[in-house]
Design a protein around this ligand. Sequence first.
Ligand code: DLL
Length: 434
Amino acid sequence: MEYQYWNKHRETMPREELKRLQVERLTWTVANALKTPFYAERLKKIPVDSIQSLDDLRRLPFTTKHDLREGFPYGFLSIPQDNVVRLHASSGTTGTPTTVYFSREDLGRWSQLVARCIFGTGCTKSDVFQNMISYGLFTGGLGFHAGAEEVGMLVIPSGAGNTTRQFRLMQDFGTTVVHATPSFLLHVESKMQEEAIARDSIRLRKAFAGAEPYSEDTRQRIQDLLHIDVYNSYGLSEMNGPGVAFECQAKQGLHLWEDAYIGEIINPDTLEPVPDGEIGELVLTCLCREANPLLRYRTRDLTAFYCEPCVCGRTHRRLHRIKGRTDDMLIINGVNLFPSQIEEVVMAMPEVANNYSIAIEKEGALDRLTVHIEVHAHIFRDDTRPLNALREKIRKTLQALITINPRVELHESGSLAVSEGKAKRVYDNRPKDV
Ligand code: DLL
């Protein structure tokens, strides 16, 4: 396959050269961080001049979401506010939101990174790009918008939701590429069936799907149902937003752009690095952000590095698909469970339609896990045997994998709640300890 690069030199530079660039940018970043009220205090006792290599990075303290909240609103700003041209914020469903700030140059560097991701999937300026994700404080909308414009695509800023209007735009303007959360893409497919939109009335060929975890089976399902090529896209507001790591056409993991970020993977309990290739928490340091530097930020995302070089020729290491977040882990009757383990079973079953959710209740002293799953209409018939057999098959497969005996409830396609942005999959209804 012919791979295309946005910035061939940068993306394929020998690792030794890449590491030298990282060290150069790290020393700049540390000096810049000292200009923020937060790091001026936090790094007081650390001889920052001694940070001269990638190994020295480990002498710096971690930064956590809690720190960002403590520093809200301007504690992490390293330039005068007059030079800040934009802010974004995380959804902040719990507590104070966290904010990120950009100088004009930061915005330029960010859109270059997103353009690199988009171009690396084989898109060109001839593509018509429909950005079906929320604009506003969320970074997904404006972040992809700017990157796609950088590539020169025709950008349709449709935003999330309103599937009927999305189809109309696709048909009117010949959209070839979309960006959405994977759960919204599944919803789009269900709606296409419902509204009887003919596949050949749209020209779609690719999608970028990210902002929430999803399994390989879910990707496959979206690809097969919509007849498109789906690329996994990872990012977080604290590190700009999208454009942190992205799949290339080889689709064997997400290249972390190591000229812009240093990635470490640690054991979240011991805070020590895990051996190469093992799963742990991703820790990121941004290397080319002026307004809002962050050192060793604990993302809480669980992943691992692929150690072998990629066939595409890029030298930037790849991350595994995110398995979940350290704070997503559910403990059910003492057993640890990640929602992604349930998705892996459910989305691999052809009888299952495009949505599911997980509920946990307290029944007496015990926790009760119920998995609600939408299944295709043809399974709901007068004869309830196929439905019962399917329920039992799902229950057994789940139990074998997660060692918990779940209750499985099957629903007709389209009956579970859908979110336009990140899907809400887990409803933990257990009383909270006070
Ligand atoms: O979700 C940025 C983004 C926008 C990424 C559009 C990709 C596409 P936040 O709202 O700050 O930023 O949420 C970041 O979402 O720490 C992960 O837990 C999760 N996440 C993002 N991308 C993926 C992915 C944006 N591809 C948090 N797979 C991150 C799994 C993802 N989880």
